[in-house]
Design a protein around this ligand. Structure first.
Ligand code: GLC
Length: 684
């Protein structure tokens, strides 16, 4: 059951798609108070065995207890446990024990703070930025059902084209058409399947959105050439529009008054990659329409997918801040041998020049003719940039799926695109962080998600990349992206064949992964399922933080520690261990429920098939376009049935019954209602 409680006059975020009348009274479960400055506080006492899941893209484990978090979209590349905010604001919480609990979605676009047993170990305390919120309270069914009901409330998740579930190679630094050809050639020479090569900011002319550096490439010719090999080029689009007269996007934006404004009515200017830039006021429908249609410039050059970046928005500095800092610093001119207190003030002055939070105070949005300070609606910026693109794609290409994902997000943008988790690091702990972020993201509607495999910052190593790919095989967005010093394309390491085999496993599992993905999107289910929700009566499952179910048939338990040759795995029920080195080279073993140490060499991966479930696979291919999806190998563990979803991979007609077929295993023999499928048992 979903109830809505309204306080004050909330900003219409359009996060939810169902109109629910507000209930009388106050939000139950919580006690209500206010800080001296008037900000509302919600307080709830957590029982010892209650778990708190949700909050989407955040640091720390799946169970959020024991730390505090702030929903405030932040461009911070250091994702350590000490952080409280990442790039997104996902105000959804699930509080539960065993089979009962409640869920809460706070629809407020400002900064919401969650103290989940940080100040006081049993107290969940939520601090709101103001008295204007819609609260959606869900209870009365199992925690798993509550998540599903919430997903129904916020609307169907974005579904990418099938090629968006292939392997993607990326690196900040590819510049010329020769760079892109070299990457393609080296991947192909090494037998590494690939569907997408990403174009970071250097493809643009001086980092100007919707332009191409024509000295470096002929994009229409290059994208056509790549497509002949089944590879799509995916360019980045940044939020900031370079301030440069004669650049049409800037000129139009100024002329139409489409950029965010300072309170005096002039355009707000901040610096990002292109230098000084203006920021489209994405909260306005006409601005979204204008910016969204600009993607057509690149679509006309053969582009079918985009990643939206820097849309928290990231702002490195503003001219005002620099002037102010220089004034403050100039007071120290001629000073020698500062005392420590002076030094601290000097340091503060220096830092203020590049403090993004200060720049957020300098501009406003225009909503229905009213000026709204950016801070009040900060978390909606990236969401509305994604929405600009998603809405325009739906209008310009109604029957076609385009690839789209974003760095910043707020619940609602999951209907338009996916997300990636931003600038992680080449740290072992970030393999685990990625795994732990996935279920929270799914609950908030983001099914199409993934992290920078290999790590964005710092230098990766061969073993780290290998282990990371073993998790990445299961993330819908599987992209190796890097901004560190050391290149990390898989062909650069000592055993490219092992990488080719591992990435080949992703392609081999696609009949299953794609089916599970689309079924999850259509049915408001999660694709990544925490054990705590699937086995609610099992105390060990409730505390398993490094394993996940992926769809209905399998459980993953990746190795994420340096030099490990295996790991402990908890099986809530009897399962079939599948240890794979390639789609052709694997072994299986039935393991009883309980704790196991499972060996797993560096170049192999382990996962588990549930009892009476099936896992349909195919032979790997160089790209998704070349997969033979009618010739399936099926892993079986006992008899069972499987609902297979298959479509053309790029049109938007998901619900045609012809896309669904059934495979079953009866008395050890495979059969299907789809005569077009050839089925072979993969395991004995
Ligand atoms: C940001 C993005 C990163 C990208 C870089 C350059 O840091 O998060 O993925 O490579 O900008 O565009």
């Amino acid at each position: 059951m979903i109830r809505k409680y309204r306080t004050g006059n909330p900003f219409p975020t359009e996060s939810v798609v169902r109109e629910i009348p507000a209930s009388p009274g106050v939000l139950p479960y919580f006690t209500h108070s206010r800080l001296p400055d008037g900000r509302p506080v919600l307080t709830y006492t957590m029982a010892d065995d209650e778990l708190v899941y949700g909050l989407g893209e955040q640091v720390r484990g799946m169970n959020k207890r024991g730390w505090h978090y702030i929903s405030h979209a932040t461009d911070d590349a250091i994702h350590t446990e000490s952080r409280v905010s990442l790039y997104a604001a996902h105000n959804f919480l699930l509080v539960f024990r065993k089979n009962t609990g409640f869920a809460l979605f706070i629809d407020n676009p400002g900064t919401v703070e969650y103290d989940v047993g940080y100040s006081e170990i049993h107290t969940l305390r939520i601090l709101l930025p103001n008295g204007d919120s819609d609260f959606y309270l869900l209870d009365g069914s199992t925690p798993k059902e509550l998540v599903k009901e919430f997903r129904g409330l916020i609307g169907q998740s974005y579904i990418p084209p099938l090629w968006g579930m292939g392997y993607g190679q990326s690196r900040w630094g590819y510049k010329t058409e020769e760079d892109f050809r070299r990457i393609r050639d080296r991947l192909q020479e090494n037998g590494i399947p690939v569907d997408a090569i990403y174009m970071d900011i250097d493809y643009m002319d001086h980092y100007k959105d919707f332009t191409v550096n024509r000295d470096a490439m002929d994009l229409p010719a290059l994208s056509a050439e790549m497509k002949r090999d089944g590879i799509r080029l995916v360019p980045i689009i940044d939020a900031g529009v370079k301030q440069e007269e004669g650049y049409s996007v800037y000129d139009e934006g100024v002329e139409k008054g489409y950029f965010c404004k300072k309170p005096d009515g002039s355009d707000f200017i901040g610096a990002v990659w292109p230098g000084l830039a203006c920021f489209p006021d994405f909260l306005r429908p006409e601005v979204r329409d204008w910016f969204g249609k600009k993607y057509k410039i690149l679509m006309d050059m053969g582009i079918e997918g985009f990643w939206n970046d820097m849309n928290e928005p990231a702002i490195f500095y503003t001219p005002e801040q620099i002037t102010d800092a220089v004034d403050r610093i100039s007071l120290y001119k001629g000073t020698r041998g500062m005392v420590f207190e002076d030094f601290l003030q000097f340091q503060t002055a220096l830092r203020s020049a590049v403090d993004t939070e200060c720049s957020y105070k300098l501009f406003c949005h225009s909503v229905d003719g009213k000026r709204i300070p950016h801070e009040q609606v900060h978390n909606l910026y990236g969401y509305n940039m994604t929405r600009a693109a998603g809405d325009a794609f739906r209008e310009m290409e109604p029957d076609k799926r385009l690839l789209l994902f974003s760095r910043s997000s707020f619940i609602g943008s999951h209907r338009s695109g996916g997300i990636w988790t931003g600038d992680n690091h080449a740290w072992w702990s970030h393999i685990l962080l990625c795994l732990q972020q996935m279920p929270g993201l799914n609950m908030c509607g983001y099914l199409y998600c993934g992290c920078d495999i290999g790590g964005f910052g710092d230098n990766t190593t061969e073993d780290l990349l290998m282990r990371w790919i073993q998790l990445g095989i299961f993330t819908p967005l599987m992209r190796n992206h890097n901004g560190g010093k050391r290149d990390q394309e898989p062909f650069l390491f000592s055993d490219p064949k092992a990488f080719a085999d591992l990435i080949g496993i992703r392609y081999g599992l696609l009949p299953y992964l794609y089916s599970e993905f689309v079924k999850a999107a259509l049915g408001d289910e999660c694709y990544f399922r925490p054990l705590a929700l699937e086995f609610p009566e099992d105390d060990h499952a409730a505390h398993t933080e490094d394993q996940l179910l992926v769809g209905d048939s399998i459980m993953i338990a990746p190795v994420y520690t340096q030099n490990a040759v295996g790991r402990y795995v908890y099986l809530p029920e009897e399962m079939l261990l599948i240890r794979m080195r390639s789609m052709e080279d694997f072994d299986t073993q039935v393991l009883p429920a309980g704790h196991h140490y499972v060996p797993c060499g560096l170049k192999e991966m382990i996962f588990f098939l549930r009892k009476n479930r099936l896992l349909p696979c195919c032979a790997p291919a160089s790209c998704t376009d070349r997969l033979n999806l009618s010739d399936l190998k099926v892993f079986c563990f006992g008899d069972g049935e499987y609902a297979l979803y298959q479509d053309d991979g790029f049109t938007t007609n998901y619900t045609d019954p012809a896309h669904f077929s059934h495979i079953c295993c009866r008395d050890g023999a495979l059969c299907s209602d789809n005569p077009g499928l050839t089925l072979t048992k993969a395991n004995l």
